[in-house]
Ligand binder design. Structure first.
Ligand code: OGA
Ligand code: MN
Length: 245
């Protein structure tokens, strides 16, 4: 257990606390980035779930980030929570680490799921990690309390490949993507309750992501009620060709 938790905290260690503190160390070199494929460009309409700073950022992000609203049903959400809750309830929310990437959270990893939940997760993995993409066997569960926030960070390339897929349970939330080298390039993404998002390639490597707190949660000018939010996150294996700069 201790090892799992260590890995989880390392995952987000490269959080950018200010202008300098080194998210850049997590970025792959540009040659590798160029060789990684994008999410298909078939749907060119502006999706309702994104509010971007400018057209270039919009295009960059809609090539590499997608949200599927209502990816799971209410019954499936309940089924996932029924399996997770007895375990999560035993953990305490972590609140006091001012230098952490994340506040008001508890988390775990899980490998074994009951039959119904396995089939839900298989739907996620079929769409986010089509073979032969080697995905991590452990699914990451992150439980943010109502007042919890995830500060801007880029997941460490040492622990995660080019794709991050997340189901949002119990609450809608706003995710903010900010370009790591140009803060004026940013977008807010509406992660509706029971949606699935897939973040890959440019959005995963070049943009920091954050989940806004209850008072900052506004999307397209509209206040978004934040509650406790549980995310079920799958990632693929780190790319051995990518090393931290
Ligand atoms: C993380 C993270 C996003 C989410 O755990 O690194 O960014 O959807 N989580 O909970
Ligand atoms: Mn992250």
């Amino acid at each position: 257990m201790r090892n799992l938790r260590l890995t989880l905290s390392f995952l987000r260690r490269i959080v950018n606390q200010g202008p300098i503190l080194n998210t850049r160390t997590s970025l792959p070199n540009p040659d590798i980035l160029r060789s990684i494929s994008n999410i298909t460009k078939s749907d060119r309409k502006i999706p309702a779930w994104i509010d971007a700073s400018d057209p270039n950022t919009l295009s960059d992000l809609t090539d590499s980030f997608i949200v599927y609203n209502d990816f799971i049903s209410e019954e499936e959400e309940t089924s996932l929570m029924n399996e997770l809750e007895p375990y999560m309830r035993r953990l305490r929310y972590e609140r006091d680490h001012w230098d952490d990437a994340i506040h008001g959270y508890r988390e775990t990893e899980r490998r074994q799921w009951n039959a119904e939940n396995s089939s839900i997760l298989k739907r996620v993995s079929d769409i986010a990690f089509p073979p032969p993409t080697p995905k991590l066997a452990y699914v990451h569960i992150l439980d943010l309390e109502k007042s919890g926030v995830i500060k801007p960070h880029i997941d460490a390339v040492r622990f995660c490949g080019n794709t991050i897929a997340g189901l949002s349970l119990l609450s809608t939330a706003v995710m903010r993507l900010t370009h790591d080298e140009d803060e004026s390039k940013r977008a807010d993404i509406l992660l509706s309750r029971r949606s699935l998002y897939i973040m890959r390639d440019n959005s995963r490597y070049l943009y920091k992501h954050a989940v806004l707190g209850e008072n900052e949660s506004v999307f397209n000018g509209q206040k978004i009620e934040r509650d406790r939010r549980v995310s079920v996150i799958m990632r693929n294996e780190p790319d051995k060709n990518i090393s931290e700069r």
